[in-house]
Write a protein that binds this ligand. Sequence first.
Ligand code: IPM
Ligand code: MG
Length: 352
Amino acid sequence: MKAHIVVLSGDGIGPEVTDAAVKVLDHIAQKFGHTFTFEYHLIGGCAIDAYGTALKDETLEACKRSDAVLLGAVGGPKWDDPLATVRPEQGLLKLRKGLGLFANLRPVKVYQQLVDASPLKPEVLTGVDMIVVRELTGGLYFGEPKGRKELEGHLHAIDTMDYAEYEIERIAEVAFKLAKQRKKKVTSVDKANVLETSRLWRQVVTNVAKRYPEVTLEHMLVDTASMRLITSPTSFDVMVTENTFGDILTDEASVLAGSMGMLPSASLGTSGPGLYEPIHGSAPDIAGKGIANPLGTILSAALLLRYSLKLEREAIAVETAVAQAIADGCRTKDLGGAMTTQEMSKEVIVRL
Ligand code: IPM
Ligand code: MG
């Protein structure tokens, strides 16, 4: 098949990890007889430096025309001023919203050989294989009003948590469909004892569950969920939650996998190209050193093959090669080893 992929490397270690993933995709194309073409654009801080905006409209249009988008990371200390009006993260949010990517899938899998890389006990980690379905275009990230204002002589900052029924329904549908193909259990995470949006969330998810009698639904408060994720992570299969909770819980979940550098993600809408990115950030402390772990991005490329290109065999080939490299002891610094980004991606490629 032919596929056109937009690569948005972004900031910090972004270019290093996307380069590694592109090499893997090139290799897959060769091996399986596909033609993948790549088009590069700027996003985040580097786009602010070049154009004064974190994501140009033209870049968004190029993404819309593509079959899939591969992204590295955005942000860095250079653009971190809290008073700045243009910020790298705006590019990412505009991209997610602009492509209608409401469903963010974050699989969390613990490789047995990496249990020692996590500070948690091996017996807690063994067998962890879950997926977080994070709502990505609603909630606090996008709710209006948002901003600052003076009220009775005091400066206030306001963010709004807003969820429409249809937004909850469509993300719940994604979660239940996934659960049907997995262990048939959905944990819906909310803060229904405090938040009105969470009470609507619970009500809508409960209604969607009626269409999936074969799937067990469990509701859990977010504070409890954050504890259970560490004490009994194997009790989860599919976890569905709103935007902010999903952001926080998936960083926590990355501790299970041994490193932030291991976790991939796929962001999907109802149609059109998907966006694939590792869940880690731009890691300015190690940027440019060539030591970043590329596996989160390589595994994101596997999700790209699976979800946007419908190349399941190729996706499995990449995932198997990564698992083999791990099993054979390949380790970047974050995993306690000394391999460079390029060495690690070569090790994956030779196993393809
Ligand atoms: C993530 C990141 C982003 C988010 C930031 C960079 C805006 O933390 O993808 O998890 O909060 O969604
Ligand atoms: Mg995050």
